[in-house]
Design a binder for this molecule. Structure first.
Ligand code: UGY
Ligand code: MN
Length: 245
């Protein structure tokens, strides 16, 4: 569709960004063979703000990867379609977390949409690097967030200091909200996987919907309320368990 007035909801600010799907530009993906996708968040943004990468992989059945760059951990979440990991199928809502240095063949099957988070792993003295994890959103432990059963938080990764990143799935019933405006050291990368709502980022309020991505820098004030008639859901990354110094 021709956008004759040059409008978009996309915004990039010093401590946050909203990337709406209307602005996606597909490019080849580094670290993948014959694969295209969209790098949604990276250190190339806002003068090196983000300390991680978030991207989408568009599956063709040909495209695959054999591992991330040296020292980099990777989480791949199947948004739709399937992926094939060393011959085993990963269906929608399944994920795999790969420690740095892990080697495998992961194919983005035809018409699949994969969400990927990558971060340089920061080892801890006297702590082994964890092994690969394959899991599913459906099997992940989920709890009402701060007691609200209309805001369910599922944690995909074990809560353990050996892991320096977390990836969670938040599902809100219409009208449910974060109970307060959070301001914290952890950085977030977020992908709206369903529904719609309003995200407060710093001192701006943005309408958001399925397909949007958000970067929240450390200490970016943040709040969300779900709107519409369907539940809203987002998958998000955060850095954890490391000394801020
Ligand atoms: O884990 C979190 O900090 C989460 N409550 N933040 C968010 O949803 N923006
Ligand atoms: Mn938060």
């Amino acid at each position: 569709m021709n956008n004759i007035f040059g409008e978009t909801r996309t915004r990039t600010a010093n401590n946050h960004a909203l990337i709406a799907p209307d602005g996606h530009v597909i490019s080849p993906l580094v670290g993948w063979e014959n694969t295209e996708g969209v790098v949604l968040i990276s250190p190339a943004m806002n003068g090196g703000g983000p300390r991680f990468v978030q991207y989408l992989v568009h599956g063709t059945g040909e495209g695959h990867t054999t591992g991330a760059a040296p020292g980099v951990q990777r989480l791949v979440y199947v948004l739709s379609g399937t992926a094939t990991l060393d011959g085993e199928t990963l269906a929608a809502e399944q994920f795999a977390w790969f420690p740095p240095g892990d080697e495998y063949k992961l194919v983005a099957d035809k018409e699949a949409s994969l969400l990927v988070f990558e971060k340089r792993y920061e080892p801890l003295p006297k702590c082994d690097v964890p092994n690969r994890i394959v899991g599913s959103h459906k099997d992940a432990p989920a709890e009402p967030f701060m007691g609200d059963p209309d805001a369910m938080l599922a944690t995909l990764m074990p809560i353990d200091p050996a892991f320096d990143m977390a990836v969670n799935v938040f599902t809100y019933q219409p009208g449910a909200a974060l109970p307060f405006v959070e301001t914290h050291i952890m950085e977030h990368g977020l992908y709206m996987s369903a529904g719609q709502g309003i995200y407060r980022l710093d001192d701006q309020w943005y309408p958001v919907a399925q397909g949007d991505s958000i970067w929240m820098a450390s200490y970016c004030p943040q709040w969300f309320v779900a709107m519409g008639k369907e539940p809203a859901q987002y998958i998000y990354y955060k850095d954890i368990h490391r000394d801020p110094l």
